[in-house]
Ligand binder design. Sequence first.
Ligand SMILES: [Zn+2]
Ligand SMILES: [Zn+2]
Length: 383
Amino acid sequence: MSQRPVGRLILLPILSMATIPMLVSAHVDPTKFTPSAFVEKPAVVECNLEDGSSAQCYKFTVAYQPEGLEIGPFCPSNIDEKGGIWDWDGEKAGLYRLDRDFFEMLADQGYRFYDKDGRIVISDPGSGQPPEADHTCLMATPDKDVTITMLLPIEPRMAEKALSLGTVAKVGVALDGVPIFADAPSVLDTGHLPALDVCGGHIDPGGWYHWHATSTDIATVEKTEGVAVNCALAQDATAAFGFAFDGFPMFGSLEADGSKPEGLDKCHGHMGETRLGKTYHYHASTEFPNLPTCLSGVVAENNFSTTSSTGIGSQGNARRGPGQGMPPGFEEAAQILGVSTEDLMNALKGNGQRPNIAAAAEKLGVTEKALRSALPQPPQHAR
Ligand SMILES: [Zn+2]
Ligand SMILES: [Zn+2]
């Protein structure tokens, strides 16, 4: 093709007519990612979307954490040290530094995470052992061998109804290759505190690191919430952070020109010009977690798997596959509740068309409230 301006002038009207869908949605573009983000070259594969259509997806495979990314600290070892951060949703809700003031405030509310010597009680949710106390600070161990495979539709499509993102729902993938998840499980539901570092990430029980926030714009949030910490990642409220699992890009809390985004929908997205062209896109909010609250586009089925034997998307869970009795979201629910997926399924089975949540909660030894909040919401498009 000619590189001369005259050639472009002739081609432009033809191209723009032939590519009208592209004007409303930028493609997922592997070249926008950090070159070292992938452990395998991104591949184009056929995929099924959750609305029943088929599409082409990018298959991204990433390591347990990006090379050179400094993570932590998470749980402080004693009450006089400072750890990461936590978004407390009980009384005096807000984002806090994990320090003495915070742990004493929680103790006043009946959640005591330290012993008489001020040592924080820490447990590893990937160890297979139950936590040694009712309230422990959770800190999983990295597993360098784990890889994660994600599928994102190349050409995003708007869904008829937005997909709501509950606890630990899959949100997307950051440009550094790190998976992004919605809220980590609440202390109010599990009694335990899965500490985040000051950039908003932590290690899954499966041994891999992931974000629970827009980490390249988390300084904005920490300022809004009055938490004096310093994420070492370069902060840029106008930068692209990653792509959501529906294929639409996610940006910081400001537009490319530094202005505040206008006309955001309930998912915190809108149509407009971006550094990736004119497209529907999401913006980070200025409060924690600064992530989209729902996805406006259609996501691919089975879009997240890991080589780990435990944790979200693990082999043990993936092997069941669709149609083998594991409704979507149940592996995550089991994870939150700290029970096996088998136990969860068995507890909910055999008490009629609609599961008796109270009876199931009793069988599992969890509260009814914890069970209700952990279970996946019915699919939006079925309503
Ligand atoms: Zn997490
Ligand atoms: Zn915008």
